[in-house]
Write a new protein. Structure first.
Length: 200
C-alpha cells in the first residue's frame, strides 16, 4: 500500500476519533487540550516509520487500532477517561474488516486475550488497580492485533507501566496505591506490535 495513502487514512482516522473524543469529553464535563497535536505525534511517528519500512503490510485494522491507542492515551492522561464512544467508533471498522477478511477466530481470540488479562486484574483489585475503560480498550486493541499479537501487546504494556510506576515510586513522585493511567502503556504495546509487523 502506498505510504501517502496510509498516512492519509491515519490522519482521517485520528481527526474523526479526535472529534468523537471532544464530544464525549464535553458530555462528561471534562476538557481536552492539545488533543490533535499530541495524537498526531504519537500515531504519525509510528505509522510513518512503519509505512516506510513495510508499506505493503499496513491495512485499515492497524490504522484504526493505532489511532484508537493514540487518542485513548491522550484522553486517559488528560482526563482519566477512556471514552466508550471512541472505543465503539474504532471497534466497528476493526470488526467489519475482520469479518470481511474471514479472520473471525483471530479477531475473537485477540479481543479475548486483550480484554481478558486487564479484566482479571480489574477483578483481583476490585477495580482499584485498573478501570473498565482499560479493559474495553485492551479488548479492542487485542482484536486489531489478532490472537497471535494480543498477548505480547498486553505484556509490553504491563512491563512499560510497571517500569514507569517503579521509577515514579523510587523518585517519590507518586505513592503506592495511586492509580496510573494504563492507556498510554497500551499505546506503547500497540506501537511495538505495529513496528514489529504484528498488527494486521
Amino acid at each position: 500500500m502506498n505510504v501517502c495513502v496510509v498516512l492519509i487514512e491515519e490522519v482521517v482516522a485520528m481527526a474523526f476519533l479526535g472529534c468523537v473524543a471532544q464530544s464525549a469529553a464535553r458530555q462528561a464535563g471534562v476538557a481536552l487540550y492539545g488533543l490533535r497535536a499530541e495524537v498526531a505525534v504519537i500515531a504519525l511517528a509510528t505509522l510513518g516509520t512503519t509505512a516506510a519500512v513495510r508499506p505493503s503490510g499496513v491495512i485499515m485494522p492497524a490504522v484504526a487500532g493505532l489511532a484508537l491507542a493514540a487518542v485513548s492515551a491522550v484522553t486517559d492522561l488528560q482526563t482519566g477517561y477512556v471514552f466508550d464512544r471512541v472505543l465503539i467508533a474504532s471497534a466497528l471498522p476493526i470488526l467489519i474488516l475482520g469479518f470481511l477478511a474471514r479472520d473471525v477466530s483471530s479477531l475473537a481470540g485477540g479481543a479475548l486475550i486483550g480484554g481478558g488479562v486487564p479484566a482479571l486484574l480489574y477483578t483481583v483489585t476490585f477495580g482499584r488497580g485498573i478501570g473498565l475503560g482499560d479493559v474495553k480498550l485492551g479488548a479492542v486493541l487485542g482484536a486489531a492485533a489478532g490472537a497471535n499479537e494480543a498477548l505480547p501487546l498486553i505484556v509490553i504494556a504491563f512491563i512499560a507501566g510497571g517500569a514507569v510506576a517503579t521509577i515514579l515510586l523510587l523518585a517519590r513522585r507518586c505513592s503506592a496505591g495511586q492509580p496510573l493511567p494504563l492507556a498510554p502503556f497500551l499505546a506503547i504495546g500497540t506501537d511495538v506490535c505495529f513496528l514489529s509487523g504484528g498488527l494486521r
